[in-house]
Design a protein. Structure first.
Length: 257
């Protein structure tokens, strides 16, 4: 795959289901009321990401005219997330306690039962320098590094199959909660329609340091059980959930956890 090809899809862990939606919706609504208010940063509401878009990105892919998409779909469906998770736990345990029995190893002829993987989003981070940023995200709690190792193994499977380009930077697990690229321009004088800022247009940047400090211990979502890994199309689409307008990315393939 060409290194600079335009991304069309992304591999991710979706973070929204019937139970997590309520907590995420409440967290994002409170956050929006705070940062869009006149007593705070006063950001446009369009900057807040819709609940249905919440996910952890593992990597992006480019399939022009859907070339290679079938291979990516087949690869995803062939993966065994529980086995990959067990391998990730062994890797982390071996790194933490060299020479000691690892979690998931066979002891006394009996294999330990697999433990589920759950995700908690806590705190707030910035994609750029916090004093002049356009993207804020909620990082997952991962004290032992198991989630990181698990996601890196999933991503590596796509890289080795030449379905994803390896980036020259570490994988940063994050759930985007604010991105000013989605902010629409103010109406022109004398009326007129709002226009979404172009991909090459100048993004709205702001000083997020007070917000990041204020949300240092914010729990956006707690103990979300990972249910699936998905390959999604770029570009969220308008949807309606229980009579409420939302946005979501279309999953072209999934594998259950």
């Amino acid at each position: 795959m060409p290194p600079r090809s335009f991304p069309t899809h992304f591999l991710c862990i979706p973070l929204v289901n019937a139970s997590s939606r309520v907590q995420l919706a409440q967290s994002l609504a409170a956050f929006a009321a705070d940062v869009t208010g006149p007593d705070s940063v006063g950001l446009p509401p369009d900057a807040i990401r819709p609940v249905g878009t919440m996910h952890l990105t593992l990597g992006v892919c480019s399939f022009p005219k859907n070339e290679g998409l079938d291979r990516a779909t087949d690869l995803l469906k062939s993966l065994r997330p529980r086995e990959i998770l067990a391998s990730a736990r062994q890797q982390v345990a071996a790194r933490t306690l060299p020479g000691e029995p690892t979690s998931g190893s066979v002891a006394a002829g009996k294999e330990e039962p697999p433990q589920p993987l759950s995700i908690t989003l806590r705190g707030l981070g910035s994609m750029q320098t916090a004093s002049k940023t356009s993207v804020l995200y909620a990082p997952p709690v991962d004290d032992q590094g198991v989630l990181q190792a698990f996601c890196e193994k999933l991503r590596q499977a796509f890289i080795e199959a030449e379905l994803m380009t390896e980036e020259n930077r570490p994988l940063l697990l994050h759930a985007t909660v604010l991105n000013t690229i989605y902010v629409k321009d103010a109406p022109a004088e004398g009326g007129g329609h709002k226009r979404k800022r172009g991909r090459r247009g100048e993004k709205l940047a702001f000083d997020a340091r007070p917000i990041i400090d204020r949300y240092e211990d914010q729990i956006w979502m707690g103990d979300f059980p990972v249910e699936k890994i998905a390959l999604c199309s770029m570009g969220a689409k308008k949807v309606e959930v229980d009579g409420v307008s939302d946005e979501a990315y279309e999953a072209v393939a999934e594998v259950e956890f």
